[in-house]
Design a protein around this ligand. Structure first.
Ligand SMILES: CC(C)(COP(=O)(O)OP(=O)(O)OC[C@H]1O[C@@H](n2cnc3c(N)ncnc32)[C@H](O)[C@@H]1OP(=O)(O)O)[C@@H](O)C(=O)NCCC(=O)NCCS
Length: 201
């Protein structure tokens, strides 16, 4: 599935991916600065493969993906994958291809929007994420919306002459920062007369 547009703060938005966005991924993914923590260096990054990936993403019923936009430009992608609708659990991921924009809070805002959507729209129970332990920026962006370490896979993959451990984080709706959640909720005020439509929630 292609995720709907979610307007965020500080110029960040999650927008529905297009084939043109998918065609940007290979150039992003081969840059050492961006792919450093992405595991072994191989993959099929042809235009034909990207077209196939785009169609599979759009058709897929167990994943939802967005393009991360910053000041109107596509700069990366994020999503919830392998969604188990019975367990209400999904695996999350994020990639920012424009390394000249690192450190501006783009990942933090993208993770906040994605996680809020997981609770408020998809009604998931849990989300989880594998992150290289050394990838502090990614772990931190997840931790700020409630992900906590629930496991560690030592020597998960070998790349450029060294082993990488992987951190497994998980988050639940009740661990999401409440100020961030309520700030964007259209909660009716007491006495405004429209409480009834939310009765039972
Ligand atoms: C890792 C990545 C997601 C961070 O994106 P970003 O937009 O630069 O992150 P933010 O600016 O939102 O920063 C998130 C937090 O991590 C910290 N951080 C960011 N980069 C960091 C780095 N290289 N080292 C240490 N801390 C870092 C920030 O200070 C911030 O913490 P704070 O809010 O407590 O100050 C981005 O660099 C990226 O996509 N890299 C390539 C792909 C990748 O590794 N994806 C994740 C796979 S799990």
């Amino acid at each position: 599935m292609l995720g709907p547009r979610l307007e965020g703060r500080n110029g960040v938005a999650l927008v529905p991916p297009t084939l043109e966005h998918f065609r940007l991924h290979p150039a992003w993914e081969v840059q050492p600065e961006a792919s450093r923590f992405m595991g072994p260096r191989f993959g099929e990054l042809t235009p034909e493969k990207q077209e196939k990936r785009f169609k599979e993403t759009a058709d897929g019923q167990t994943q939802i993906q967005w393009t991360i936009a910053y000041e109107g430009e596509p700069v990366g992608f994020t999503g919830i994958f392998h969604i188990d609708w019975v367990r209400r659990d999904g695996e999350t991921g994020l990639f920012i291809g424009r390394h000249d924009l690192y450190g501006r809070g783009i990942a933090s805002e993208a993770v906040r929007l994605r996680t809020s959507f997981a609770w408020r729209e998809l009604r998931l129970r849990r989300v989880h994420n594998w992150v290289a332990l050394a990838n502090r920026g990614s772990r931190r962006a997840n931790e700020k919306v409630g992900y906590r370490r629930m496991g560690l896979l030592p020597r998960s993959y070998f790349r450029s002459g060294e082993w990488y451990d992987e951190w497994l984080g998980e988050a639940f709706a009740n661990t999401f920062p409440t100020d961030d959640l309520t700030a964007r909720l259209d909660v009716p005020q007491r006495g405004s007369g429209d409480e009834s439509q939310h009765a039972g929630e």
